[in-house]
Design a protein around this ligand. Structure first.
Ligand SMILES: NC(=O)c1ccc[n+]([C@@H]2O[C@H](COP(=O)([O-])OP(=O)(O)OC[C@H]3O[C@@H](n4cnc5c(N)ncnc54)[C@H](O)[C@@H]3O)[C@@H](O)[C@H]2O)c1
Length: 428
């Protein structure tokens, strides 16, 4: 099939490359000429495992191309997938300006029978609204479907090609058939429903997963009080298939480019309908609390943060990504800075943006430089390499003896063996 993907971010670029891998002819369009130039030259604008190889292979085969020219991408496409950003607005609602602009930009070039797929995470009612808008701008017979994406950054290529399900929200049998055909090679259920339900499914999924993390953090805090170990509890409850083991790792709360904004959006939606959302609101509060509690424990252990040097390992919101949007690590660094600490940050891939840096924060090139003269180390992101730290080298670089392990990466026995005081989440 001929497919056009609008937006070449984490979702757009990964879906474009994966759809090409599945045998479709894909044109990816972005308004950012720098990104498109990079992609044309085989340079990835984002870090995502396996993506570069996939993009290069499919570009070489002629099935994947990049352009800033909407007409070039859209005019003979059977499916146009809209994957642009839908960030939070200041009031917690969704800023639809990028999405609406993208939808308007394709309208003049759509051919009869084209299916426009909302891949971005968008408020309930968007597919209907966008369909009305596009139909008012073109005489072509088109349908709009909701086709939310569930991939995880850091595992995006694998997730796209091995999804648990594909959701198709549709009001047209023809459009449903086109979408089922698009994903025919993916071996998973294709769940067809109405468009509003599909849109709400995406928000409900993210709110549920965020709540699951907040739940285990609440249990972790109790475990710290009563002398239990949350990791054993997670294992104990997660092996019950009714609960499942995913998203049961206690830590500094959730972050990233999706959970915070999508949870804000579902709460905003509920407010619009005067519908209370006590569980999801509590999950939001717990995510903030989880970060604060880590800083409070660190501060108690070294008396005061004023003028102290803290080495922070990780700024990405999770492992295997360069994304720092609403990263728990970034919040932890801000808390440390606000309390007067000097912060030495190391991350294998991600970098703080200018706005995230602020005073008294420096990027260093390895974990041992982060430890240099540090009073404490804080492990803020679960990069695999932090499991294999040379603890003797870390200890000898530091002036202090404290590891605050917000991701429970270091084995308690190893920390003790090297003479560290070791604070873990969910353990006294
Ligand atoms: N990142 C994730 O893990 C993830 C997972 C599932 C769903 N989503 C959803 O997918 C959507 C995209 O997220 P993302 O993280 O890929 O965003 P992103 O910010 O990484 O990328 C968005 C891209 O869209 C481009 N763009 C903006 N306006 C455009 C226009 N009018 N025409 C063409 N391109 C335009 C931008 O230049 C940018 O390259 C969001 O709604 C998000 O909630 C994201």
């Amino acid at each position: 099939m001929r497919v056009c993907v609008i937006g070449t971010g984490y979702v757009g670029l990964v879906s474009g490359a994966c759809l090409a891998e599945l045998g479709h002819h894909v044109v990816c369009v972005d308004v950012d000429p720098v990104k498109i130039e990079k992609l044309k030259n085989g340079v990835m604008p984002i870090y995502e495992p396996g993506l570069e190889e996939l993009v290069l292979r499919n570009a070489r085969s002629g099935r994947l191309s990049f352009t800033t020219d909407v007409a070039e991408g859209v005019s003979d496409a059977e499916v146009i997938s809209l994957g642009v950003g839908t960030p939070s607005a200041d009031d917690g609602s969704v800023d639809m300006s990028y999405f609406d602009a993208a939808a308007a930009s394709i309208a003049p070039y759509l051919q009869d029978g084209a299916v426009v797929a909302d891949k971005s995470t968008v408020p309930v009612g968007t597919a209907e609204r966008i369909e009305t808008m596009i139909r008012s701008m073109t005489s072509a017979k088109i349908d709009v479907v909701s086709n939310p994406e569930f991939l995880k950054e850091g595992f995006a290529v694998y997730d796209f090609l091995n999804p648990a399900r594909v959701i198709i929200g549709s009001a047209s049998e023809r459009a449903t058939d086109v979408m089922v055909h698009l994903y025919a090679y993916l071996d998973c259920p294709k769940i067809v429903m109405d468009r509003r339900s599909a849109e709400l499914t995406k928000y409900a999924a993210n709110a549920f997963l965020a709540t699951k993390i907040s739940f285990i953090n609440e249990i972790a805090h109790l475990a710290e009080e009563v002398g239990a170990d949350v990791e054993s509890v997670s294992k104990g409850i997660g092996s019950d298939p009714r609960i499942g083991k995913e998203f049961l790792r206690a830590g500094p709360g959730w972050g990233g480019s999706c959970f915070p904004k999508d949870v804000r959006a579902i709460v905003y939606l509920a407010d619009q309908h005067e519908h209370p959302m006590p569980i999801i609101r509590a999950a939001q509060a717990m995510s903030v609390r989880a970060r604060q509690r880590i800083i409070e424990r660190l501060e108690r252990a070294i008396d005061s943060l004023e003028g102290k040097k803290i080495g922070v390992l990780g700024v990405a919101f999770k492992q295997n990504t360069d994304d720092t949007r609403e990263s728990p690590a970034v919040d932890l660094i801000a808390f440390l800075r606000d309390r007067g600490a000097h912060v030495q940050v190391y991350d294998p891939i991600a970098r703080l943006t200018g706005a995230q840096m602020g005073d008294r924060v420096t990027h260093v090139v390895d974990p041992y430089e982060a430890a240099n003269q540090a009073h404490a180390m804080l492990i803020a992101t679960e990069w695999d390499e932090f499991r294999a730290l040379d603890l003797a080298r870390i200890k000898s670089a530091m002036v202090g003896d404290l590891i605050v392990d917000a991701r429970n990466m270091v084995r308690a026995e190893d920390a003790a063996h090297h003479g560290f005081r070791h604070i873990r989440v969910g353990r006294k």
